[in-house]
Design a protein around this ligand. Structure first.
Ligand code: ADP
Length: 597
């Protein structure tokens, strides 16, 4: 009986000891994983209290073997309870307490792992919920054939097998249907799943749903496609071998294609009914070999068979490594413009011939008309002087006057013709500006007096005394403007105002402003520019009011521009006109001598 009791006590003591030992790995696990998750505080408190009760019982009964065993068990169980309490209450406040399960529950994207035959072993919550499954248990044990269509599962299986065979990670885009039957695009990365020994035991994958991002890219691409399709001009691009990779609608239409996609794969020689490969290929070759943009006129054949000319601009296309991989070109049909250009060229040639003929005619006028006329004028003038019969003398004097006027008219035309045909060299001589102005006014003073007009000069004394420029042109310009002002003014005054507009001494340059104003008939607003045209007169000679050829201002404008200046007119009808000229002159060095008076 005693033996049996001892045996039972030994058995229970051993069990108690083993039980106490089992609490040690539990404590170790909690401390190692730094979390009390998965361990029940209630259970261990229960164990602890039972142990405590038995310890107390053993103390009362003085059963020391039982007491020792349960104290040991009490300590090990207490360490579990303490560890739980520590991680639950003390570590909670300052540590992020996240388990692997938590991570898998929340991980964005889909994580899953399968064994070698494709049986699912686990996955993130995201993943199994996407298949309409409520918990992981429902997912584990399934294969791709349970989750996808047979066709999709076949494809997935092939990929898994490849990953396991090569042992390498594979990144790919997968187009699959989700549980609601919607097409979803995933970016997946699949790697071999290895055990602790490094043996491949399955596949682990991570897939991200990129459907929205793909759609956005797709929309952008569509828009680009649309833009290219409707681009003006003919747009096309080709690879290094001269094979077309794409084109816009215009290009497709002009080479007789129904869709721009049809150009892909063609070469110039394949569309030689519309292009001339012998002309195009060398240009393309130049762009591809030089890497530089080329702009060239290229011949082409239109759909109706007519010849056309395109202005093409081609640039090389580069890849990421900066290597030329092809070219892109834009061509515009300039056939019409070319025709117009040629017509203009022909018209210009005709106009030049006409102008030459006219110049020759005018130059011949000197010989054929003026010379004999000078004779007639001389003889009539002589006869008028010698004639004693007053009646005949008066008639002859009238004839002399008419002949003189005609001669002046001839001279005006001849002079203009000379100025127009002989380009007078621009001179630069130093001269006294004040003296030159006075000489101009002296010539005109008599005419002004005859018309009882005041001829006034306002000369600003800040003007440099000596300046350098084309004296001949300046004098001619001022004479013309002053004589016009007198001619077109009945009463009042004609004034020449001269002042310094600007002076840049360092650049030895100054700009002088000349204002020729009158109180005459004025010029209508809409005719202000017309008066500078050749043979343009606002009051034609047939009205008999003012004599003239309408050539003076055209010469004035030309001379002013020759000198690098500017002229414009301000006027009000019936109130007078003011011609404003701004002319640049050089300032001579102090020791420059005066070349012209
Ligand atoms: P012309 O004086 O020989 O007719 P211009 O070329 O010098 O030729 O002038 C062209 C026209 O400009 C003149 O016929 C006249 O109608 C107008 N014109 C020129 N100067 C004046 C002016 N000071 N006042 C009014 N009209 C003017």
């Amino acid at each position: 009986m005693e033996i049996v009791k001892t045996a039972i006590e030994f058995f229970f003591s051993t069990a108690l000891f083993i039980n106490a030992l089992l609490f040690i790995p539990q404590t170790y696990r909690i401390i190692k994983e730094k979390t009390e998750k998965g361990v029940s505080l209630v259970t261990f408190c229960g164990f602890f209290l039972i142990n405590l009760a038995i310890v107390l019982h053993a103390m009362v009964r003085a059963d020391y073997v039982l007491l020792a065993g349960y104290i040991f068990s009490l300590i090990t169980c207490g360490s579990v309870v303490l560890a739980i309490l520590f991680y639950r209450f003390f570590r909670k406040s300052n540590a992020v307490n996240v388990t692997l399960e938590d991570v898998l529950d929340q991980i964005p994207g889909h994580v899953y792992w399968k064994d070698r035959v494709g049986v699912c072993l686990g996955s993130s919550r995201n993943n199994y919920e996407d298949f309409g499954l409520k918990n992981l248990n429902e997912f584990v044990g399934k294969t791709d054939y349970d989750l996808f269509s047979a066709e999709e599962a076949d494809k997935l299986k092939l990929i898994d097998e490849e990953v396991m065979r090569t042992g390498e990670t594979k990144v790919l885009e997968e187009s699959l249907k989700n549980s609601s039957g919607e097409a979803v695009i995933y970016l997946s990365s699949k790697s071999p799943l290895k055990n602790s020994k490094g043996d491949i035991v399955g596949v682990i994958g991570v897939s991200m749903n990129i459907t929205e991002a793909k759609q956005a890219v797709h929309e952008q691409l569509n828009m680009l496609e649309e833009i290219i399709a409707v681009m003006p001009g003919n747009v096309y691009w080709m690879d290094k071998q001269g094979v077309y990779l794409g084109a816009n609608d215009n290009e497709a239409r002009s080479i007789g294609l129904h869709s721009r996609k049809e150009i892909v794969g063609k070469r110039n020689v394949d569309i030689k009914n519309f292009v001339i490969p012998e002309a195009l290929d060398p240009v393309n070759e130049k762009v591809l070999s030089s890497g530089k943009p080329v702009t060239a006129e290229e011949p082409a054949i239109l759909k109706d068979g007519n010849q056309a000319v395109f202005l093409s601009s081609k640039v090389p296309l580069y890849n990421q490594k900066n290597e030329i991989i092809g070219l892109v070109g834009v061509s515009f049909d300039i056939t019409q413009r070319k025709q117009q250009e040629q017509e203009l060229l022909r018209a210009k040639e005709v106009a030049e011939i006409a102008s030459k003929v006219k110049s020759e005619f005018i130059q011949n006028m000197e010989h054929d008309i003026r010379t004999p006329f000078v004779g007639v004028y001389g003889v009539v003038d002589l006869l008028a002087r010698k004639e004693s019969d007053p009646e005949k003398k008066e008639l002859l004097e009238e004839a002399t006057l008419c002949a003189k006027e005609l001669l002046e008219y001839c001279d005006g035309i001849l002079e203009f013709s000379r100025v127009e045909s002989e380009s007078l060299p621009l001179t630069s001589k130093s001269f006294d500006l004040h003296k030159l102005i006075n000489s101009v006014l002296n010539i005109e003073i008599l005419t002004a007096r005859k018309k009882t007009l005041d001829l006034l000069l306002e000369y600003n004394e800040t003007l440099p005394k000596i300046i350098m420029g084309d004296v001949f042109r300046l004098k001619r310009v001022l004479l013309n403007l002053v004589s016009n002002a007198i001619k077109f003014t009945k009463s009042g005054s004609v004034k020449l105002h001269v002042e310094l507009e600007r002076s840049e001494v360092s650049a030895r340059q100054c700009i002088v402003r000349f204002n020729v104003s009158d109180t005459g008939i004025g010029i209508p607003e809409d005719k202000k520019n017309l008066i500078f045209e050749r043979f343009s007169r606002l009051s034609p000679s047939n009205k008999g009011l003012y004599k003239g050829l309408g050539l003076g201002l055209s010469i004035v404008k030309r001379f002013v521009e020759d000198m690098g200046g500017d002229i414009h007119v301000e006027s009000a009808m019936g109130e007078g006109s003011q011609f404003v000229i701004l002319l640049p002159f050089k300032l001579p060095l102090s020791d420059d001598i005066i070349d012209a008076e």
